[in-house]
Design a protein around this ligand. Structure first.
Ligand code: CP
Length: 307
């Protein structure tokens, strides 16, 4: 029987190509399940999963919770804002207390890069990284690649540009690793001030001209400006950013081809993407969200088989 090469999902960096193929084949099965009238399977009955979120989330939190419930797992949710973390309890103590209630897996979002890796070394449980600061967001990159595969047949050979705030983006880093593992070509596009200094060492070309990047690509993945992670001003004004890096109808109509538009959410309409394009036939933004449930079911199912 095929199994993942890892016991935790901490980042795409730790996966291999076969892991991604296995996750996608398993997600294909679960996508069929969740389109049935009865959307539930007993695969994780008797498994208890804690979703612990130290940062805001809409999509990832609800998607993991729904995936867990579709697999018949028992689910508990922990929001740091209403917990004893506010009384000074450490991350390890918090998680060990949760685990002592016979919890089998932990899905964690945390503002600190490497928080999931740290936890996996200090507690005895399967850890799923649901986003750790500006480091990785592996389940997002997997659902993004799964959505490209669904739309274009395969990821291999496709040209993908990731546009916007690369510096503060865990989605960008996880997508770069995932796309390269599958044989896609990746460029990043945005102001130089929002590019990490090491970006070219990852085998990624930088393009500062959005129109040139759009002419090159099959897929454009538009990222939000992550103001919550900014301690400085990285560009003169939002208006200036929109003029140079905002995706709109005029830019798409100037191309001699159709491209696929993606966004991990949450969208800032009128900033990185205009409202009409976010809602257009070119956009697969809501397909990404829908696929997230099947992909997360696959991740949890495959990791639970290793407990
Ligand atoms: N894409 C994503 O991570 O969205 P949330 O922050 O709403 O989970």
């Amino acid at each position: 029987m095929s199994e993942l090469s890892v016991n935790h999902l901490l980042g795409i960096k730790y996966l291999n190509k076969k892991d991604i193929e296995l996750i996608f084949e398993t997600a294909d099965h679960f996508k069929e399940v969740i389109n049935r009238p009865i959307k539930k399977v007993p695969s994780l009955r008797d498994i208890t999963i804690a979703n612990i979120f130290f940062e805001n989330s809409t999509r990832t939190k609800l998607s993991f919770e729904l995936a867990e419930k579709r697999l018949s797992a028992d689910v508990i949710n922990f929001a740091a804002s209403s917990s004893s973390v506010n009384k000074g309890e450490t991350l390890i103590d918090t998680v060990n207390n949760i685990l002592s209630m016979k919890v089998d897996m932990v899905v964690m979002r945390h503002p600190n890069p490497g928080a999931g890796i740290f936890l996996s070394k200090h507690v005895n449980s399967c850890i799923v990284n649901a986003g750790d600061g500006a480091h990785e967001h592996p389940s997002q990159a997997l659902l993004d690649s799964y959505s490209i595969r669904e739309k274009l047949g395969e990821v291999k050979g496709k040209k993908v540009v990731i546009v916007g705030d690369i510096l503060h983006s865990r989605v960008a880093l996880s997508n770069i690793f995932a796309l390269q593992l599958q044989g896609a070509e990746v460029k990043v596009c945005g102001p130089k001030s929002l590019m990490p200094h090491y970006i070219e060492s990852l085998g990624v070309e930088v393009e500062t001209d959005l129109q040139k990047a759009l002419e090159w690509c099959d897929v454009a993945n538009m990222l939000r400006i992550q103001r919550e992670r900014m301690d400085l001003s990285y560009f003169p004004s939002t208006r200036e950013y929109v003029l140079q890096y905002g995706l709109n109808k005029k830019r798409l109509e100037a191309l001699d081809k159709e491209i696929v538009i993606m966004h991990p959410g949450p969208i800032n309409r009128g900033v990185e993407i205009s409202s009409d394009i976010a809602d257009s036939k070119h956009s697969i933004i809501l397909d990404q969200v829908q696929n997230g449930v099947a992909v997360r079911m696959a991740i949890l199912y495959l990791l639970a088989s290793k407990i």
